[in-house]
Ligand binder design. Structure first.
Ligand SMILES: Nc1ncnc2c1ncn2[C@@H]1O[C@H](COP(=O)(O)OP(=O)(O)O)[C@@H](O)[C@H]1O
Ligand SMILES: [Mg+2]
Length: 423
């Protein structure tokens, strides 16, 4: 089989790495890929913001399977267009991807289907926001409706702050068109959990859960990022909780989407808050998460190609995945200044020494390769990952590997999975 992965981040490197392990794969392509993916797949140029560019690439390569990494191509309707042409593609249609691309759509959907989520109000003007704020306690969460690459959510401490953030969103200056509509939400307390399932439009198969670390600084301080690290262990959710999440969240979502005529195929990523009132949905993503995919796929023992094909062909069953009971962890090494402004083009050293540490795999995100050397080419540069029987050992390995890697301005969190270690 010839497989094409669309995207250029750490998630896509992990997908390429895992898909290639399938004996069914004869050739891997990735578009546009990155400095590390070049060594594991043939990288081809593409503009992921342009449906035409992706369709031209599809016509050139004609892969037996296309896997879409990021959300934007899904929102543009890549799956609809590939499917119409008879090209096998993994992921949800544009209509189904609204669960991620519109937070107001997701909230109303959750309410219609009585799936637990925070109380909310959908507002189309600052006046509506001011009016709705009287129904919320503080702090209150202000969210841009559309895709905002992690920059569209603010937890406001006062009503004045909430109103002024909303005004910024409506003005288009903060997140462009994504802020044309605003969702206010009750602020929930608890641990966050990323719970992903594979869906074929009717049935779901859960993946192992993971925990992301969104804030840039140790102890969950500083601004939000795309994700600074993630881990997964056998006991991050127990079997009872996993079954509860399947039956009270994932399945009702998939059944609800089918009933509403927008069958949901692909990965359904449920972003959850584990509150004292039980698990509640914060948001959905309609694809694999980054960096959660790195530790999740490090624990996968069965064939990923088979699983993704089962989603496309409508034959998913709960036992589609075989998982290791090992723990896995991914630590993101970022450019100096990230998530603010940062410089690129810094030479990266120590990658071979890091990769030689037992159980370690270094996934590339923002890197480029020139004359056999690697350089930084983005905010999140590397996802240094490790697997071991015990979480403690996986952490020792991952931080040993991070210590061997150097580039000007490099920073990373030293407390990934810290909360799990305390428990
Ligand atoms: N209702 C809420 N209560 C508390 N925290 C929230 C709530 N909604 C979002 N958050 C916080 O904001 C982060 C980003 O929100 P999310 O809805 O996942 O948007 P996105 O990932 O699109 O930026 C979450 O990971 C969580 O930490
Ligand atoms: Mg999120």
């Amino acid at each position: 089989m010839r497989i094409l992965v669309l995207g250029n981040g750490g998630r896509e490197h992990a997908l390429v790495w895992k898909l290639r392990q399938s004996p069914r794969v004869s050739k891997m392509y990735c578009a546009p890929g990155n400095g590390g993916i070049v060594d594991e797949a043939e990288c081809l140029p593409v503009d992921l913001k342009s449906l035409d560019s992706i369709l031209t690439l599809g016509q050139q390569v004609r892969p037996d399977l296309t896997v879409v990494g990021p959300e934007l191509p899904l929102m543009l309707g890549v799956v609809d267009e590939f499917t119409r042409r008879g090209w096998p593609v993994f992921g949800p249609t544009k209509a189904a991807a609204q669960l991620e691309s519109s937070k107001s759509f997701a909230k109303e959907f959750l309410q219609r289907h009585r799936i637990p989520t925070a109380a909310y109000a959908i507002c189309d003007s600052v006046d509506e926001v001011r009016e709705a704020l009287s129904h919320f306690h503080l702090p209150v969460v202000v969210k841009a409706d559309g895709l905002a690459a992690g920059k569209g959510v603010v937890i406001a401490a006062s009503k004045e702050e909430a109103a002024s953030v909303a005004a910024e969103m409506f003005s288009g200056k903060m997140v462009g068109d994504a802020g044309a509509r605003v969702v206010l939400e009750e602020c929930l307390k608890g641990d966050e959990l990323s719970f992903l399932v594979l869906s074929d439009g009717e049935r779901v198969a859960p993946l192992v859960a993971a925990q992301d670390h969104k804030r840039v600084g140790a102890g969950d301080t500083g601004p939000n990022t795309g994700g600074m690290g993630a881990y997964s262990t056998a006991d991050i959710v127990d079997d009872t909780m996993r079954d509860w999440l399947v039956h009270h969240i994932a399945k009702p979502v998939v059944e609800g989407m089918k009933a509403e005529g927008a069958e949901y195929k692909g990965i359904l990523y449920c972003g959850l808050m584990m509150t004292a009132r039980g698990p509640m949905v914060l948001e959905f993503n309609c694809r694999f998460g980054d960096p959660e995919t790195q530790p999740i796929l490090m624990r996968l023992e069965s064939d990923l190609v088979d699983a993704l094909e089962a989603s496309i062909e409508g034959r998913v069953s709960e036992g589609d995945f075989k998982w290791s009971t090992d723990a896995s962890v991914c630590v993101v090494m970022a450019s100096g200044g990230y998530p603010g402004t940062f410089e690129m083009g810094k030479k990266i050293s120590g990658l071979d020494e890091a990769a030689a540490v037992d159980g370690v795999k270094v996934f590339h995100a923002g890197t480029s390769k020139r004359d056999g050397e690697f350089y930084t080419a983005g905010g999140r540069v590397l996802g240094v990952s490790a697997r071991a029987t015990e979480l403690e050992t996986a952490l020792q390995r991952v931080y040993q590997a991070c210590g061997k890697i150097g580039f000007d301005g490099a920073h990373y969190r030293r407390d990934i999975a810290g909360r799990a270690m305390k428990r």
